[in-house]
Design a protein. Structure first.
Length: 159
């Protein structure tokens, strides 16, 4: 490659990199958290629940699906199928599905519920980098648990 060819290639490659980077940023669309209407769900009060109170609750699942699509899908993927940016939430409680003992399975599901709600409330930060923003103060407890109820319908390995 001639010197002239090398010099003309560098600006083009830098422009291409910048174009791709900006397209990837815009691909996520509006990242402003969207409000979730939970008025049709039973009120949970101020104290945070340790387990999902909306498990198999049809109205919560419907609200959770909409809330997930508005607030979570841009990173975790449509229908909870990750495209690689963030964890695939269909696999969230895979470890619980293989447990035979009912008490151990229930304890596992409770532990995953606790992990889930803690992650959504406080977000995920590693080495100072925000991997997931905190949603406490943005989504109420009803919205967070409704999203979890929806995710339970998307499990990779049903319980």
């Amino acid at each position: 490659m001639t010197l002239h060819a090398q010099q003309s290639w560098r600006p083009v490659s830098l422009a291409a990199v910048l174009l791709v980077a900006s397209a990837a940023t815009w691909a996520h669309g509006d990242v402003t958290p969207q409000a979730v209407d939970t008025k049709d769900l039973p009120t949970l009060g101020e104290a945070w629940r340790g387990e999902n109170p909306y498990r198999k609750h049809d109205k919560a699942i419907k609200i959770g699906a909409s809330a997930y699509n508005q607030n979570c899908a841009r990173c975790h993927g449509l229908e909870a199928i990750s495209g690689g940016i963030a964890p695939d939430l269909r696999k969230l409680d895979n470890d619980c599905s293989s447990l035979k003992d009912a008490a151990r399975k229930a304890a596992c599901v409770k532990e995953i519920d606790d992990y889930y709600v803690g992650s959504v409330r406080r977000g995920k930060v590693r080495n100072g980098a925000v991997y997931m923003p905190p949603f406490e103060g943005i989504l109420n407890q009803e919205a967070m648990w409704a999203i979890k109820a929806y995710l339970e319908t998307r499990r990779e390995k049903p319980l």
